[in-house]
Design a protein around this ligand. Structure first.
Ligand SMILES: Nc1nc2c(c(=O)[nH]1)N[C@H]1C(S)=C(S)[C@@H](COP(=O)(O)O)O[C@H]1N2
Ligand SMILES: [Mo]
Length: 169
């Protein structure tokens, strides 16, 4: 499978996130997903509810917006450890990693897109984040942010690894 534009394959599947110098959050004994916001009635899905949904096995590559890709991952049901998002993770392989929310516990529906942040951010995420369209940044073209994001990979990986060490110690 060819990689999307501007991506490089890495060995393994590193833990990765800008605030992940913290250990992964503890997994509740009975995890739930709350669904609320612009819905006729809010619902809370329990583990039992989730287990009854149809299962799907997915073999996909995973692409971080910073430019690394983990290849040949297999997703199915519950192979999930807390570094990678327990109890529940959203998997959307055609969108950059930041859309693939780990430790998912709540989904809030809105009837309109969220307002743009008041302050301009150099890391303003693209709203759709499609990897094959290289939608990395909300305002800047991909070729401008590519080299900047590549340089962030090392430091963020190191921070994220430190967070998981803290838990195992
Ligand atoms: N809750 C949460 N989900 C998250 C992140 C995070 O920091 N916190 N990082 C995102 C980013 S930028 C990437 S690339 C992937 C990394 O997934 P991994 O840590 O399982 O490799 O998770 C995404 N989901
Ligand atoms: Mo990412």
């Amino acid at each position: 499978m060819p990689l999307p534009p501007g991506q490089r394959a890495v060995e393994g599947f590193p833990r990765f996130g800008t605030h992940l110098h913290h250990p992964p959050p503890p997994v509740p004994e009975h995890p739930v997903i709350e669904i609320d916001g612009a819905v006729t009635a809010p619902v809370t899905l329990s583990e039992t509810d989730l287990a009854q949904l149809p299962r799907q096995r997915m073999e996909t590559d995973f692409h971080c917006v910073a430019g690394w890709s983990a290849t040949g991952l297999v997703w199915e049901g519950t192979p999930l450890n807390s570094d990678h998002g327990a109890p529940v993770r959203l998997v959307s392989p055609r969108q950059y990693g930041f859309v693939n929310t780990k430790h998912l516990c709540r989904i809030e529906f809105h009837t309109s897109p969220p307002a743009d942040p008041e302050k301009w951010s150099p890391l303003a995420a693209h709203r759709r984040a499609r990897v094959w369209e290289e939608e990395r940044h909300r305002y800047l073209p991909a070729r401008v942010v590519r080299p900047i994001y590549h340089r962030l990979i090392g430091p963020i990986r190191a921070l994220s690894a430190r967070g998981s060490e803290k838990r195992t110690r």
